[in-house]
Design a protein around this ligand. Structure first.
Ligand code: ACM
Length: 761
């Protein structure tokens, strides 16, 4: 009895805590979440009588940014004098973090405190997120705006909170870069890395070398353009924008560039939002556009493609250095950033080895190989950059021939083991941008926001003394297949909001993040961002039914409408609305998508239904626990290829997991045995693989998630009678870290782990 009463009380407490957590996320939907937030009751109401007092002139710009925000919502600016309720901005030298701030909102007053303008600006962004979504975009002015009472003490966990955009592969207008900076500001990023040059286009005016943009900023359509133009037939987000197409001497060309004056304005626009633009001039590879305009830059006077990458510039000729130093002088005069990024990634160094000039230089300098030759180039450029009072940053490939500890490294090659740890040991500062999570050019899927959220900014294996060398993290958007602003929006939002919390808040709570993000979608919509709508969940892609199936899909946001088709065509705003329950009685494909109130369509889900009889169980005489596994220490492109080899070892395991002892970078595992299900039903399985896997139960293909890819969850169903059924799961890992998860659900339950007791052999 006592037990029951206590457990009831405990239950009541849990419910209360849960409700509080939900209410908190609704009342304070802040992303990134502050370091410390103390809830309070009541609200401060902003009206035409509210007064904004700024104690210190150093915050004049931030005061005017707050005024602009309020004007958007109220239709007028706040008074600066009078006896009405106050919002006050105070200088507080006790706040030691330059970007830190305090914010106290009571029903009587709003107080913002910071020691530096950067901190005050971040405080204003917090206010922006606490104000109603209605203030965004062109809305009808409100009579009053309310802010929930709260106490916040906030400062960033990391100093490098970045987003990158490749403006070379495809080009974006200055207006769009401004919009992009606006959203960086909203999410408290402080770094915008512009990849300004590459093989496919040179995008920054260099006065000493006008042909870099006159010729290098333009191209005839390339292979990547052909791919996107094909996709554009059914999706306008892939169409090459007309303003970037010109006709030159009878040729259709694509391109564009930024003048230094335009870039200066953009830098100032970012600086007003306490965001630094980092310029990247990629060298000595990725320079075809420049070599075409100035052929002397390459050792042979030719541009072209080597075995893997484009022909680089020549590190063995003095004019190359003069050219690059002149370019960098203009770049460094234009960009006030502490860092200059020179890429130094993906260089076809082999082309240097045969050249007499290089052989002579290598002999003279005691350079043993082409990796060291690249490092010789990087060191010379670093010396030059340092002579102008700046620091050099490179991609981690540049470590191969050796780097000085003074060079900052951007880590991207997830598949090369221990690079960040080795860079830290070498004394380099590191910014984490691993391709496995932070390359936003990889298509987003059901787990991609969560993957970003789970990023470790300081990787395992780093000593506590090296922690401070991890400056922060950044997501990169390479744009070979991203020709439009809408597509950049889709690829980056909402993933970048998850990154903002990783780098600002440090400590993480994904459940709370998932609740807080919902109103942000409404804000993004008002801001005109073509974000990727939240995933529709709770169903499998491959479905089976015995007599009939019922499709139920919960809307991620009340304001969305779910629409569907059964004729194979994509759902349109005119397609029928998905009812609360759609009864399926015949084999067919149902295509479902969510639509925002403004008609933007989310991802289209194709749900295939096939009819099955319940599989008959297999009688087992003497089943033993666990699954039998065959382990292959080799690289496989597809799970099927394991069949052509003999296993390196075999063992028994309790569930579908990779044993801790596996440390080969590439391997394959076959899991074999029986799955014993406790009741008859249609079971759903959710199989997440990085790289690939397939799942067969009762000799039926349930999930095909084969191939080499990043973590992808795929799902399927199978109708099983109570009892044991043949079970086969295959899994392959190609290198760079694996993910393997298998969950099940029955009767629409949340996906759950499969109990060990279900597996026998
Ligand atoms: C890179 O993705 N080549 C840095």
């Amino acid at each position: 009895m006592l037990m029951i009463r206590y457990s009831f009380l405990w239950f009541a407490l849990l419910i209360t805590l849960h409700l509080q957590a939900q209410e908190l996320t609704q009342r304070y939907p802040l992303i990134p979440y502050p370091t410390s937030l103390t809830p309070a009751s009541g609200q401060f109401v902003i009206t035409a009588q509210t007064v904004l007092r700024v104690q210190d002139n150093r915050f004049a710009a931030e005061a005017s940014q707050l005024q602009a925000l309020i004007q958007q919502g109220l239709g007028k600016r706040l008074l600066t004098n009078g006896n009405g309720p106050r919002m006050v901005m105070l200088h507080d030298p006790a706040i030691t973090a330059a970007e830190g701030y305090r914010l106290v909102i009571t029903p009587q007053q709003v107080t913002l405190k910071a020691s530096e303008p950067a901190g005050m600006f971040r405080a204003v962004q917090t206010i922006r997120q606490l104000l109603p979504v209605a203030i965004e975009g062109a809305g009808t002015p409100q009579k009053s705006l309310s802010l929930p009472a709260v106490q916040i003490q906030d400062q960033p966990a990391y100093g490098w909170r970045g987003m990158h955009l490749d403006v070379s592969r495809h080009f974006y207008s200055i207006d769009y870069l401004r919009k992009f900076i606006d959203r960086l500001a909203l999410y408290k990023f402080n770094t915008f890395h512009l990849h300004l040059t590459d093989d496919q286009g040179w995008r920054l005016e260099i006065k000493a070398y006008p042909k870099l943009t006159r010729e290098g900023a333009w191209r005839t359509f390339n292979n990547q353009d052909s791919v996107v133009l094909k996709r554009a037939v059914s999706d306008p987000d892939f169409d090459l924008p007309k303003p970037f197409i010109r006709n030159q001497n009878g040729q259709t060309q694509y391109g564009g560039f930024y003048t230094q004056a335009q870039m200066r304005d953009l830098i100032a626009y970012a600086a007003a939002r306490h965001i630094t633009i980092i310029p990247e001039i990629d060298m000595p590879g990725h320079l075809t556009a420049a070599i075409k305009a100035y052929p002397f830059l390459s050792c042979t006077g030719q541009e072209g493609w080597g075995k893997t990458f484009s022909v680089p510039i020549c590190p063995c000729n003095e004019p190359t250095y003069t050219f690059m130093e002149t370019v960098l002088s203009e770049v460094m005069a234009l960009f006030p950033s502490e860092y200059v990024h020179i890429g130094a990634d993906e260089v076809e160094k082999s082309t240097w080895a045969q050249l007499q000039a290089c052989q002579e230089l290598m002999k003279r300098q005691g350079i043993r190989n082409v990796e060291e030759l690249q490092s010789y180039f990087v060191h010379r450029i670093e010396t030059f950059v340092q002579s102008k009072g700046k620091k050099l940053m490179v991609w981690d490939d540049a470590l191969e021939g050796g780097l000085k500890p003074s060079t900052a490294v951007m880590y991207w090659r997830s598949w090369v083991k221990d690079v960040p740890q080795k860079a830290a040991q070498n004394g380099n500062d590191v910014v984490m941008t691993p391709v496995s999570t932070l390359y936003f050019d990889s298509p987003p899927g059901i787990r991609s926001v969560e993957n970003v959220y789970n990023l470790a900014v300081v990787p395992a294996g780093v000593t506590s003394g090296q922690t401070k060398q991890f400056l922060g993290a950044q997501a990169n958007i390479w744009t070979e297949y991203i020709p439009t602003e809408n597509r950049v929006d889709y690829m980056s939002m909402p993933r970048m909001t998850a990154l903002s919390e990783v780098v600002w808040t440090g400590k993480k709570d994904f459940t709370s993040f998932q609740q807080r993000i919902l109103p942000h979608f409404l804000r993004m919509e008002k801001m005109g961002i073509h974000y990727r709508l939240p995933d529709l969940t709770g169903f499998a892609e491959e479905n089976v039914f015995v007599d009939q199936a019922t499709l139920r899909i919960k809307k991620p946001l009340d304001s969305y409408t779910l629409r569907y088709t059964t004729d194979g065509l994509l759902p349109q705003p005119t397609s029928p609305e998905l009812p609360a329950e759609l009864i399926i009685t015949k084999p067919q494909t149902v295509k479902v998508a969510a639509f925002t109130p403004s008609g933007v369509r989310g991802d289209v889900y194709a749900l295939r239904y096939q009819q099955q009889a319940y599989a008959t169980p297999v009688p087992l005489a003497n089943p033993k626990s666990g699954l039998q596994c065959s382990y292959f220490k080799a690289y496989f492109k597809e799970t099927n290829l394991m069949k052509q080899r003999t296993a390196d070892s075999t063992y028994t395991i309790s569930n579908v997991v990779v044993p801790k002892s596996v440390n080969a970078p590439s391997f394959g595992i076959q899991f074999r045995g029986y799955l014993t299900v406790p009741e008859t039903g249609v079971y759903s399985f959710f199989y997440t693989c990085d790289d690939g896997g397939i799942l067969r139960i009762a000799d039926r293909m349930v999930v095909d998630n084969d191939g080499n890819h990043f973590p992808i969850e795929k799902s399927g169903q199978v109708a099983l009678q109570k009892g044991s059924h043949p079970f086969e799961a295959d899994f392959i890992e190609g290198g760079g870290g694996f993910t393997l998860k298998l969950k099940y659900s029955l009767n629409g339950s949340e996906p759950m782990d499969i109990p060990d007791s279900w597996f026998v052999h």
